[in-house]
Design a protein around this ligand. Structure first.
Ligand SMILES: [Zn+2]
Length: 400
């Protein structure tokens, strides 16, 4: 810490949890400009232009939401900063709301107005998710256009998204999956594929097995705990064996919830069989902010209620997604030289009620509330929160 005589911002006295370095303890975090310059317990002598007293709070790397829909005013999207810095999230990934024909307004109007670091998957469908289902006929896809747009924006576009669902499953079938793979490989990006098909009836074919068997290391399997047709749970109640092979190949297991792709019972049964998430995401949309999903901190609360530890859920929203995104040398960690993206959270103990799309209830004892977001060194106050009373989940009236 020597040589750090004066800094712009000093966050003092909080409980720093930094899964990437294995650190969990009371410490100060020093920031100059947009960079972290020190983390430690002896920074008291450092002179700071501004000091934030974080006693009683958690200080963690800026949270990363790996799956959201933030193409402002498009479809059911919400603003990147409403889901991002105003919610304790410093990096957000748009999961294919834009396709090659709708990319430019997103790139030129939405991204420059966002304080949140906003990255994207480009949908293989020409118009992205402006309308769902995104692919109905073959002409809804232009592979070469998708490759061209993805290649032109390698700093923002992480790869190619597919919703492998809808009536086109019966007409186009696994060709959709093949197109996505080709576009991702030829543009040098990863694939993110959505499973869970609300349009399929019982016994209808789904693309889940084709998707799971073709994904490769670094590709993302989205909605692993969906209980829609095409779920990873076979009719015998056992996880599809292919999914463990995919996991062992390095496919990223992503359980983003959304309003329609997460059920506690399915999650518990798959977790019991050893299918754990690698990262957490929300699949947040504007309607989802008002029901079932709410926020990334609420999702973290749900996973703690499912049995994951505080450190687990912080790891799955910081260092783990940073690694998946290939940014783990810049974000997801509190260490000198890293970007000064930091989230201050308050732990709230109570008898919390979490709900899923089936109306099932899960009780949890720990919830998290964003208190302050620091994005590239700039402190930003979260907004009021998605519920009338703010950020915390519903409280059990018989609890506490
Ligand atoms: Zn989504």
């Amino acid at each position: 810490m020597s040589g750090m005589a004066s800094v712009d911002l000093l966050i003092t006295g909080g409980r720093v949890i930094d899964p990437a370095s294995g650190f969990d303890g009371v410490a100060d975090v020093a920031i100059s400009g947009s960079e972290i310059v020190g983390v430690g317990s002896e920074l008291g002598a450092v002179e700071a232009a501004r000091t934030i007293d974080a006693r009683g709070l958690l200080v963690v790397p800026g949270l990363i939401d790996i799956h959201a829909h933030v193409y402002t005013h498009m479809g059911s999207s919400l603003d990147p900063d409403l889901a991002g810095v105003r919610a304790g999230v410093t990096t957000i990934v748009d999961a294919g709301t834009a396709g090659p024909c709708t990319w430019r307004p997103f790139f030129h109007w939405v991204l420059p107005n966002a304080k949140t670091r906003t990255l994207a998957f480009l949908h293989i469908a020409r118009n992205g998710q402006a309308f769902i289902p995104a692919i109905r006929v073959e002409d809804d896809v232009d592979i070469d256009h998708a490759i061209e747009v993805a290649r032109a924006h390698p700093d923002v576009i992480l790869g190619i998204k597919l919703r492998a669902v809808g009536p086109a499953v019966r007409t186009l079938g696994a060709r959709m999956v093949e197109w996505t793979r080709r576009a991702a490989r030829e543009s040098g990006g990863m694939q993110m594929i959505h499973i869970g098909d609300p349009d399929a009836g019982p016994g209808d074919p789904t693309l889940t097995e084709s998707v799971v068997s073709q994904l490769e290391e670094g590709d993302i399997l989205a909605h692993i705990y969906t209980d829609q047709p095409g779920s990873l749970l076979g009719s015998d109640g056992k996880a599809l064996p292919e999914v463990f092979e995919a996991r062992d190949r390095g496919v990223v297991m992503e359980p983003s919830l959304g309003r329609m792709n997460f059920a506690f019972d399915t999650a518990k049964r798959l977790i019991d069989q050893g299918l754990l998430p690698d990262v957490l995401g929300t699949d947040l949309t504007l309607p989802g902010r008002g029901m079932l999903v709410y926020s990334l901190t609420e999702v973290m609360g749900k996973f703690m209620a499912l049995g994951f530890s505080l450190t687990d859920v912080i790891r799955m929203t910081t260092s783990a997604p940073a690694k998946v995104l290939g940014l783990d040398d810049r974000i997801g960690r509190l260490a000198p030289g890293y970007e000064a993206d930091v989230t201050l959270l308050r732990e709230a103990h109570g008898k919390w009620v979490f709900r899923d799309m089936r109306g099932d209830i899960l009780h949890g004892e720990l919830a998290l509330e964003p208190v302050l977001t620091i994005r590239a060194g700039e402190p930003i106050t979260p907004d009021w929160g998605p519920r009338p009373w703010g950020w915390l989940p519903e409280q059990d009236p018989e609890g506490s």
